[in-house]
Design a protein around this ligand. Structure first.
Ligand code: 13P
Length: 252
């Protein structure tokens, strides 16, 4: 059975004191999670160890980084390797977020290399894809997102692709309060699953968790997660509010 996942992406938010307080509150919660319904916390690099201490011991809670290097080690000033992340208890790495694609010029080829590095290190990539408003308005979103997937992931074999979590995040829905309708989300998720099915077969495609991201909050999570191909969410703004994120975890 593919996993249902509530994933927080704190982005570049919180001071140490704020992070500590948020993690402390989360530590006190008892969300309805199990082996197939899990929570993942995408925390800024400086607080990853702290997050591991606060949440890493809680069952079905996992810590994620928001990026990593494609290189193993060496003279890459300012970069963070997969081995470093693994050594502080990180289990997931968000890759290819639209903000990194836009502001750090991360392209499909680099993201293919980062995916390889994460998998080789035994961690799980959360691979983000999604179209801009102009692409959505032109009606070419299916082909655009398919190309992101093909160019960054189709070199993987069936065993490897099953380890990858996909996050579909339409850029026009990120931080805008304008959520994709549950029908729009379902339509794209079904398309993505068919893309995987064509390349790897139905059984493999059925194993891949596909999360939706873009203005997910407590009030809309249950409806979005109720769609047959929506396996949870990658949550920005609402994940900075402990009670909101608790509602989202429980909506799985
Ligand atoms: P918001 O939930 O703030 O729209 O952000 C979505 C996102 O980018 C998660 O990675």
């Amino acid at each position: 059975m593919r996993k249902k996942i509530a994933a927080a992406n704190w982005k570049m938010n919180t001071t140490l004191a704020e992070a500590e307080s948020l993690l402390q509150t989360m530590q006190g919660f008892a969300p309805k999670l199990d082996e197939n319904h899990i929570a993942v916390f995408g925390i800024p690099f400086p607080y990853l160890s702290l997050a591991g201490e606060k949440l890493g011991e809680k069952p079905f809670h996992f810590i994620a980084a928001q990026n990593c290097s494609d290189k193993a080690s060496g003279a890459y000033t300012g970069e963070v390797s997969v081995a470093m992340l693994q050594s502080v208890g990180v289990r997931y790495v968000i890759l290819g977020h639209s903000e990194r694609r836009e502001y750090q010029q991360e392209g499909n080829a680099l993201l293919a290399a980062k995916t390889d590095a994460v998998l080789q290190g035994g961690l799980t990539p959360i691979f983000c894809c999604g179209e801009s408003l102009s692409i959505r308005e032109a009606g070419t979103q299916d082909a655009f997102v398919q190309k992101q997937i093909e160019e960054s992931l189709f070199h993987l074999d069936a065993q490897q692709i099953k380890q990858v979590v996909i996050a579909y995040e339409p850029i026009w829905a990120i931080g805008t309060g304008k959520t994709a309708s549950s029908a729009q989300a379902q339509e794209m998720h079904a398309h993505l699953r068919s893309v995987f099915a064509k390349q790897y077969g139905d059984d493999v495609a059925a194993e891949i968790s596909i999360l939706y991201g873009g203005s997910v909050k407590g009030a809309n999570a249950a409806e979005l997660f109720g769609q047959p191909d929506v396996d949870g969410g990658l949550v920005g703004g609402a994940s900075l509010n402990a009670e909101e994120f608790l509602t989202i975890m429980n909506a799985l």
